[in-house]
Design a protein. Structure first.
Length: 456
């Protein structure tokens, strides 16, 4: 007699075998996807195309847009002379070179009209480096919305090509042209000048630091400078106001409200000027081009930044990783911490005596110090502000590898802020109260018992 457990095992095995058989059978009997019956429309590479022209025959008032490749870059030469948007132009030639015919139909006169090809909705004429020329007339979408009816090289038949090509060649001049407001490589910028309603600023790069030349004597914040340069480099025209620099006063560009000039490491300069406001936008011009265009309010706001916005707000200019010893004085008492000899990643208490030699969660001090940034830097603090530091609520002394001490004093909170001052720096730094909360530590806070909570 078969045991009950053995019977269950046999039943499960049978069920599993049946399931495997069923799914294998189902997979084998599923209809296979249809083979791709499309074929290439052309037999050349995108790099072979040296010129192309886009037109809208169904809209006679629209001027054709002609592109030519010059020195490796696409340029619009008709109806105006200007740089093309390179990614858009490259996308069009790639689509021409890789276009595949999905289907071919009779091109009788009545069918051409039904397909939106009499007259065509769009057309593209292009020329190859070997001198040969091709034409595509583009009509309506087919019922799937994935293809468009076209006629290739004035043929009799109607072919279906990807609808994406129709979308690309139907773009307006504004979408096809280069819309960058200023051409500059942020990595190559070594200095810049900014003139706006707050005054004149000049900033130069010295190795990895940005320094103010006007007004002289202060560091500029790397993050703030990078954000400004990226904002200008990435800004796009909202629209074109005029293709010629006529009547500059009308646009407020005879005496611009803002002038930004970036200089590269090879001496090349790029200048952007901003004039009057026009609704939510502002008139502007790249002085290397005749075009007057509009920029959005975000770009204008970035170019209106003041000295205080761009200056360095780092409180401690020291390599926190080189700190070997920390003295702390706060409401909880006095503590001295130092790196453990032979193991620079570990810290211990030097004092108080009852904690001497015990491990310390040094990150609780080093992390806030390393990321400390001011909300505002006050170069000439009033006596009442300096008085808040006469008896500092928190005092720290950091000793580096070179044996030199760096002192930092932090006031009691005033509302949501505290003030700090570092040795050798007459400026006062206005900080958020959370900095005070992070550094107002007791011995228990500093003990390494909480080390497991340390960030990675």
């Amino acid at each position: 007699m078969i045991k009950k457990t053995t019977l269950l095992v046999l039943l499960c095995a049978a069920a599993l075998g049946a399931a495997v058989y069923y799914f294998d059978w189902k997979k084998g009997n599923e209809p296979k996807p249809a083979a791709d019956a499309s074929k290439p429309a052309f037999s050349f590479q995108a790099s072979d195309i040296v010129a192309f022209m886009l037109a809208h025959p169904a809209q006679p008032g629209d001027s054709p847009v002609r592109f030519e490749k010059r020195d490796g870059a696409w340029r619009i030469v008709q109806p105006i002379e200007t740089d093309a948007d390179q990614s858009t132009a490259e996308g069009i030639v790639d689509q021409l070179a890789t276009a595949r015919i999905a289907q071919t139909e009779s091109g009788s006169a009545d069918r051409r009209k039904a397909f939106g090809l009499d007259p065509p909705q769009a057309s593209v004429d292009f020329q190859l480096a070997n001198g040969s020329k091709h034409t595509i007339l583009i009509g309506d979408k087919d019922f799937t919305g994935e293809s468009a009816y076209t006629i290739i090289d004035n043929g009799h038949d109607v072919t279906l090509l990807p609808q994406l090509l129709s979308t690309s060649v139907s773009k307006s001049l504004d979408d096809l042209r280069d819309r960058a407001v200023l051409h500059m490589d942020t990595e190559q910028v070594t200095s810049f000048e900014l003139k706006n309603s707050s005054g004149d600023l000049a900033v130069t790069k010295d190795k990895d630091e940005w320094k103010f030349a006007t007004p002289a004597g202060s560091l500029a914040g790397k993050d703030a400078v990078d954000a400004l340069l990226q904002a200008v480099a990435n800004a796009k025209m909202v629209s074109v106001a005029s293709e010629k620099p006529d009547n500059l006063a009308r646009y407020g560009l005879a005496s611009p409200a803002i002038t930004f000039t970036a200089s590269g490491d090879k001496g090349a300069k790029s200048t952007l000027v901003v004039g009057k406001q026009d609704g939510a936008a502002y008139f502007a011009r790249d002085l290397s081009r005749p075009t007057i265009f509009r920029i959005d309010g975000d770009a204008e706001k970035k170019l209106s930044e003041k000295f205080g916005d761009l200056r360095d707000k780092q409180v401690l200019h020291a390599d926190i990783a080189d700190t070997q010893r920390i003295q702390i004085q706060d409401a909880a008492g006095a503590f001295v911490l130092s790196r453990k000899p032979g193991n620079s990643d570990e810290w211990t208490f030097e004092s108080p005596a009852d904690r001497k030699g015990k491990p310390v969660s040094s990150w609780k001090v080093l992390d806030p110090l390393g990321t400390m940034r001011a909300e505002e830097v006050i170069d000439h603090p009033a006596p009442n502000l300096l008085a808040q530091l006469s008896t500092a609520a928190i005092g720290l002394v950091l000793t580096g590898k070179d044996g030199k001490d760096l002192n930092l004093r932090i006031s009691k909170p005033t509302g949501d802020f505290v003030y700090a001052q570092a040795s050798g720096d007459p400026a006062l730094y206005k900080l958020k109260k959370e900095v005070f909360d992070q550094l107002n530590l007791s011995g228990a806070d500093l003990a390494a018992g909480d080390a497991a909570a340390a960030p990675n």
